[in-house]
Design a protein around this ligand. Structure first.
Ligand SMILES: [Fe+2]
Length: 232
């Protein structure tokens, strides 16, 4: 399975996931660029979908649908794991509520398209208000192999690492993360995230020490996640 990243509106990132001549547009804000890329490689866009329904992610849907004849998959209808076939290969979509109630992640062989749930270097705001659901969603993503590539909904890498350094000034994982940053494509591995992204470092011994010094509850994973989200 292949993935091509498209930047639009300064820091938004959308994707064409494809196998052979068959593709799926996820957050197609860069509709024209996506259609041009697909055309040049003779890829038929079979599905158009989104990681969640915030406007900056759905803005390309109408254009893509009218210009390609693709089937629209409303991410709100993805309430449990669902497989999409692209030329005999599967993309798995599954709910990852937290940032919004309708947030979805797409997984294929070596990557995740995480929308505004997990960014490279940070996590999304918990606009749903359901922090426990957000935690469970992040736990599901963290269970993928460390080599899994994270393709997120925005490029927030530089701001995220400035903030990570305020939270964990001693963390050398932040330097490594910045050194491997590229703006095209913006991606990281899950292992990189676990070293540098403070919001999913609730099991890192250094982070646990950091939280203990703040006198917050640290007994359970969720308590530590909650403390990081509330403190920072
Ligand atoms: Fe969003």
């Amino acid at each position: 399975m292949n993935i091509e990243q498209f930047r639009y509106s300064f820091d938004n990132l959308g994707y064409l996931v494809y196998s052979g001549s068959c593709g799926m547009a996820i957050d197609g804000g860069a509709a024209d660029a996506m259609i041009e890329f697909a055309g040049s490689r003779k890829i038929r866009i079979k599905y158009v979908t989104n990681t969640h329904t915030h406007n900056d992610h759905t803005t390309g849907n109408a254009d893509l649908l009218s210009k390609t004849g693709a089937e629209w998959i409303d991410c709100k209808t993805i309430r449990s794991d669902r497989l999409f076939d692209l030329n005999g290969e599967s993309v798995r979509a599954f709910p990852t509520p937290g940032h919004t109630r309708d947030s979805v992640t797409f997984a294929a062989d070596h990557f995740l398209v995480t929308g505004d749930t997990l960014f490279n270097g940070t996590v999304g705001n918990c606009f749903s208000g359901d922090l426990r659901a957000f935690f469970q969603s992040l736990k599901r993503l963290m269970a993928f192999p460390g080599t899994t590539r994270i393709y997120a909904g925005h490029d927030y890498v530089e701001e995220s690492m400035k903030y990570a350094r305020i939270i964990e000034p001693e963390n050398t994982g932040i330097d490594d993360f910045l050194n491997s940053y590229s703006s095209d494509p913006v991606t990281s591995t899950l292992a990189d995230e676990l070293k540098a992204n403070p919001y999913i470092r609730f099991n890192a011994p250094e982070m646990i020490e950091n939280l203990k010094r703040k006198n917050v509850k640290t007994d359970s994973e969720f308590e530590r996640f909650e403390a990081i989200m509330e403190l920072y």
